[in-house]
Structures are given as structure tokens and as C-alpha cells.
Design a protein around this ligand. Structure first.
Ligand code: UN1
Length: 498
């Protein structure tokens, strides 16, 4: 057992308690007897101090040349490489995911650092001819200002990096409000940013619960942008407040991602994809496969294969190399997953495998749920429509490609999607017709890479994308600049026309 950490807020380059002195606890979801950390329960006054610091730092940070800003982020990437194993161990203890997955979480942050750092020497705008003689026209990217980043617990390193790194390279200052389930990961990450030498106030950390710390940030009149990843319910509230207070807002919310398996698919490959997509991180990814849409001709065979393979999955703590199914993040989420199982059976679905909270031996001390396969699910059932965020996959049978696409699209969400087929024509039709921000051909619904845009259509998002080049459109405004060097007034649309 390791000694619990004392996490603090980081405001204006200084580690501080909440003004109130109130603290909260973070515990290991694989064994709730283990206290991982205590952390400040911040409120509006703490948020206010952080916003003042971020606003002040913005005045000078925006003037630091972008390649220099990017060098700080590059240095963060180097430090993440150095601390990768230590961070992975911490993620695994605090959030529960397996060490292998935790290393992937840190690696995604490293990838993002090096990718974002490169943008410091690009941040391209356009130059274009003016319609007037002796006049020059161009566009430049401008930072937005103070950005509030509200991040979830399921990727406690990768997602804060996705948001903070492009924000900083673009010349903004940031305030991170991490999920209350993973404060120690966020603290270590911000300590790494500090070690990279970022000036005081450029990155700030305010811990606390969503309603207090998060709510105060979103309401704060001197915050210019809110970037949020989390539930659709919270996202809708944040969107409404940002609408009222005129903030730019980037939302990444729920998903009900599906994998289609057609009758001509490589079934072994589709099986590996389904198991990884549905049960990796115990289904606690925005991109997790929560629906399997199976063609009738292979449905029985594939379901048998899936059951056979999934029944061998081992539940356990993240640091055990044999573990494949990690715990659910907390007791509330565990009860929520269980509730969906009750709903499924009430609605007439069949529990083919799993369906229960796992309590054998040491598992009783954590929040484990058995990998679960629901059969006989119809598209109208709640388990086919609502995000569960646990190791639960619903099987829906279809009789044609068209039906498969229609059912995949029959959801209010649209983050990730997948189809397994050997038919190139169907693959291209799927790429065209699937309504989702991400489509995989012959790959699972999880596995996004940081140099490509990440995000969803319909109620998954609000039109923005994270990472890749698209992140620059979140964290900058365009400015169009005209330089008239004719020495006389030239009236556009008028003087160069008959
Ligand atoms: C998330 O669950 O919000 O594609 C992010 C993936 C990961 C990112 C998931 N690279 O599953």
C-alpha cells in the first residue's frame, strides 16, 4: 500500500488549498479500502483567484511567439516520456484501468504533446489576392483568452492533454477542472507542466465537484471558452450557461457506438474487435462498442464465439498483468450499470452472459461488473438507445446491409462506429452513410489517434472536434487583415466595378 497523496490546487504557479480548507477523498476503485489522495473541494472563490491569475498571464503569454509556446509543450512531452511508468501506475491505482491501458493513456498525452508542439511552427493562415490593386489580404489565428477545461476520469491524462496542449500552443491560458474521481492523476500532470517551466498563471488547476468548482468556472464572466468532455446531461447544462454568458463552448458527450458484422466478415477479426471494443476499459470509453449489429447468417455462430471468448476474460486489479476487465470507477456508476441490467430484463432482452456485480474474493472490495452480453435486443429498447458506460454489449440482429446501417444510425448519438465486411462496395457505402464522427472499417470502435479529429455528430457534440488540426478551430479565432498600400481610399465592391 502506498501513502496517500495530498493534492492541492495550482494557481498562479503556487500549490494551494481551497480557501475553505475543505477536502475530498479519492479511492482505488479496485479496492475502496485504499485511499489514493485527498484533494481540495474548491468553490467560487478559488475559481475566481484562478481566473484572475489566468487572465493576467494571458496578457503576456499571447505575445510569446508560438514556436516558443510550443517548446514548453514539447518539454511536457519529454517529461511525460520520463514519467510514463510512474503515471501509468498512478492511473491504474486511481482510475482502475489495466497498466497496459494506462500506459496507452499516457502515450496518447505524449503523442498529443509532440503533435501540438509542431503546430507552433505552423498555425497557418491564408494569404489571398485582394480585389483591389495595392492591397494585401490575409488571415491569422488569434487566441481566445482564458479557457476552462473540464475533463472526465476515464482518460485522466490523455484528455486533459488533448485540451490543454493545443490551447496553450494557440496562446490561451487554461484552468483545468479535472474529474473528482481522478484528482491525483491531474495533479501529477499539472506538476509536469510546471516542471516544464510554464510561466505562473498559464496553467492552473482547480479541484472539486462539478456543481461547485465546475459550475463556478462555467458561470464566470471572465472565462472565454469552456471545453467539456462528459455526460450529455451535464454537457447540455454547460451549453445552456455558455449560450447565456456568450462563451465559446466545445462539448464531447455521450455515445451509443455500434459495430456491424456482415455475413462476409472475417469473424475471428470481428470477434477480437468486439471484445476489445466492448470490454476494454470495462466499456468506460466514449468510444466503447455498446451495440453489436449482427447479420442473421452469422449471428448465432458469432454470438457463440463471443460468449466463449468473453467467458474467459479475467476481472481484477489494474496492476495484475492477467487482468482484462478492470473495475467500474465508483459505486454510483456500478449501480447505474446494474440498473440497466434490470431495465434490459424488464424490456425482454436475454442476458446471455454476466449481468451481475462481481463480488468473489478480493473483488468484493472494489466495483466490478461481469462482462455482459445481452441478446434479443431490439432498437427501441433503452439498452439499445442509452449510454451505459460499463462492460455491457447489446446484440441486435439484422437481415441486410441497409438495415444494419439504419439501425446503427437510429440513435441520438454519433461518436464512433465500425463495420466488418470484406466487400469493398459495402465498406465505401458505409463510410458515406454512417452518421458518426469516426468510422472504422474492419477495426473496433476504439483506437482514435491524436493527429486526426476526434468528436461526434448529433447529440454527441456541438460541431467541434478535439485534437488534430481541428483543435486549432476550437482554441483560436480567425482574424482577417487587409493592408492597403495604395495611399488612397479604395472602396471594395464599388471602385473596381463599372
Ligand atoms: C474517450 O473515451 O473519451 O479511441 C476517449 C479511443 C481512445 C480515446 C477515447 N483513443 O478509445
Amino acid at each position: 500500500m502506498t501513502t496517500p497523496l495530498t493534492c492541492l490546487n495550482f494557481i498562479n504557479g503556487v500549490w494551494v488549498n481551497a480557501e475553505s480548507g475543505n477536502t475530498l477523498e479519492s479511492r482505488n476503485p479496485a479496492d475502496n479500502r485504499q485511499l489514493i489522495a485527498t484533494f481540495p473541494s474548491s468553490a467560487a472563490d478559488d475559481v475566481d483567484t484562478a481566473v484572475i491569475a489566468a487572465r493576467k498571464a494571458y496578457i503576456t503569454w499571447r505575445q510569446v511567439p508560438a514556436p516558443t509556446r510550443a517548446e514548453y509543450v514539447f518539454r511536457v512531452g519529454e517529461l511525460l516520456v520520463k514519467y510514463k511508468e510512474e503515471l501509468a501506475q498512478l492511473i491504474s491505482r486511481e482510475m482502475g484501468k489495466t497498466l497496459t491501458e494506462a500506459r496507452g493513456d499516457v502515450q496518447e498525452g505524449i503523442d498529443c504533446a509532440f503533435y501540438s508542439a509542431g503546430e507552433g511552427r505552423r498555425l497557418f493562415g491564408q494569404t489571398t489576392p485582394s480585389e483591389m490593386p495595392n492591397k494585401f489580404a490575409m488571415t491569422v489565428r488569434m487566441p481566445i483568452g482564458v479557457c476552462a477545461l473540464i475533463t472526465p476520469w476515464n482518460f485522466p491524462i490523455a484528455i486533459p492533454c488533448w485540451k490543454a496542449m493545443p490551447a496553450l500552443v494557440c496562446g490561451n491560458t487554461v484552468i483545468l477542472k479535472p474529474a473528482e474521481d481522478t484528482p491525483a492523476c491531474a495533479t501529477k500532470l499539472v506538476a509536469i507542466f510546471a516542471e516544464a517551466g510554464l510561466p505562473p498563471g498559464v496553467i492552473n488547476l482547480v479541484h472539486g465537484v462539478g456543481e461547485n468548482a465546475g459550475g463556478a468556472l462555467v458561470e464566470h464572466p471572465d472565462v472565454d471558452l469552456v471545453s467539456f468532455t462528459g455526460s450529455s446531461e451535464t454537457g447540455a447544462q454547460i451549453g445552456a450557461i455558455c449560450g447565456r454568458t456568450h462563451k465559446r463552448v466545445c462539448l464531447e458527450m455521450g455515445g451509443k457506438n455500434a459495430q456491424i458484422v456482415m455475413e462476409d466478415a472475417d469473424l475471428e477479426l470481428a470477434l477480437e474487435g468486439a471484445v476489445w471494443g466492448a470490454f476494454g476499459t470495462s466499456g468506460q470509453r466514449c468510444t466503447a462498442t455498446s451495440r453489436l449489429i449482427l447479420h442473421r447468417d452469422i449471428k448465432e455462430k458469432f454470438t457463440t464465439m463471443l460468449k466463449e471468448r468473453s467467458s474467459k476474460l479475467r476481472l481484477g486489479t489494474g496492476d495484475d498483468p492477467n487482468t482484462e476487465i478492470c473495475p467500474i470507477i465508483n459505486s454510483r456508476q456500478l449501480q447505474r450499470v446494474k440498473k440497466y441490467l434490470d431495465i434490459a430484463t424488464q424490456e425482454g432482452a436475454t442476458v446471455l452472459m454476466g449481468g451481475e456485480i462481481a463480488t468473489e474474493g478480493e473483488l468484493q472490495h472494489g466495483y466490478f461488473f461481469q462482462p455482459t452480453i445481452l441478446d434479443g435486443v431490439t432498437p427501441d429498447m433503452r439498452v439499445a438507445r442509452e449510454e451505459i458506460f460499463g462492460p455491457v454489449v447489446a446484440i441486435i440482429e439484422v437481415t441486410s446491409f441497409e438495415e444494419a446501417i439504419n439501425i446503427l444510425n437510429d440513435t441520438k448519438y454519433g461518436l464512433s462506429s465500425s463495420i466488418y465486411t470484406r466487400d469493398i462496395n459495402r465498406a465505401f457505402a458505409a463510410m458515406r452513410d454512417i452518421e458518426a464522427g469516426i468510422t472504422y472499417i474492419n477495426g473496433p470502435t476504439i483506437g482514435a489517434e491524436v493527429h486526426l479529429p476526434f468528436g461526434g455528430v448529433k447529440q454527441t457534440g456541438n460541431g467541434h472536434r478535439e485534437v488534430g488540426i481541428a483543435a486549432l478551430d476550437v482554441f483560436t479565432e480567425w482574424k482577417t487583415v487587409y493592408v492597403d498600400f495604395s495611399g488612397s481610399l479604395q472602396r471594395a465592391q464599388i471602385d473596381n466595378r463599372e
